[in-house]
Design a protein around this ligand. Structure first.
Ligand SMILES: [Cu+2]
Length: 205
């Protein structure tokens, strides 16, 4: 796997927490300065993960010349709609290998959804407005989330077994990982993932 230069090696700290609930993995993600990183994509792979399916339709809105949300994570096979709620027209496209598409200029009626059928990172833009950017991270697992304001997410109700954890943030070409974790019969498994990235600056929020 090719990793872009500029990202340091993955630092992982594993510890067993004392909480008694079984089948949980608690992940926390931090940025280059060691601060909690909200809105990072995290996901877990396991032998059984592709057999379970997450919801299969998702919306990425367009308002005030922005995609909302900017970061979306979906399971392979998910259909994503791109409604345009601006009074100007947009043309949504991607050149990324897992999903190349182009929707001609439109306003008003929402075009048919785009099905993201291959795993990987898909960078999305608008042909008219260069400043519009969004990412869809397509994963072969239903166990995915974005980290909360404290940079964390807890996966619950996990069957015992081996899992591989990954984390991703915009501008990374591929997700960082795997962090190997084993869910046993007992306490929560925790892992901390350090990504050498700078949080997105978004002046309009
Ligand atoms: Cu546009």
């Amino acid at each position: 796997m090719h990793l872009p230069s500029g990202f340091s090696a993955l630092c992982v700290a594993l510890s067993m927490a004392v909480r008694a609930s079984a089948g949980e993995i608690a992940l926390s993600v931090e940025d280059a300065r060691g601060r909690p990183l909200p809105e990072a994509v995290v996901y877990l792979m396991s032998d059984k993960s592709s057999a379970v399916h997450a919801p299969t339709s998702v919306i990425i809105d367009q308002r005030h010349k922005q995609f909302i949300p900017e970061i979306t994570v979906v399971q392979t096979g998910t259909a994503v709609s791109f409604p345009n709620n601006d009074s100007i027209r947009h043309s949504v496209y991607s050149f990324s290998r897992p999903k190349q598409f182009q929707i001609k200029l439109y306003g008003g009626r929402t075009p048919p959804p785009v099905v993201f059928d291959k795993a990987g990172v898909v960078a999305i833009g608008c042909n008219i407005h260069d400043e519009m950017a969004a990412w869809v991270v397509v994963v072969d697992t239903p166990y995915f989330a974005k980290t909360d304001p404290s940079g964390a997410h807890v996966f619950t109700d996990l069957a015992p077994g081996a899992y591989q954890a990954f984390a991703w943030y915009p501008e990374m070409e591929t997700a960082r990982g795997p962090v190997k974790l084993v869910v046993g019969e007992g306490p929560t498994v925790t892992a901390r993932v350090h990504l050498n990235v700078t949080p997105l600056v978004n002046e309009s929020h």
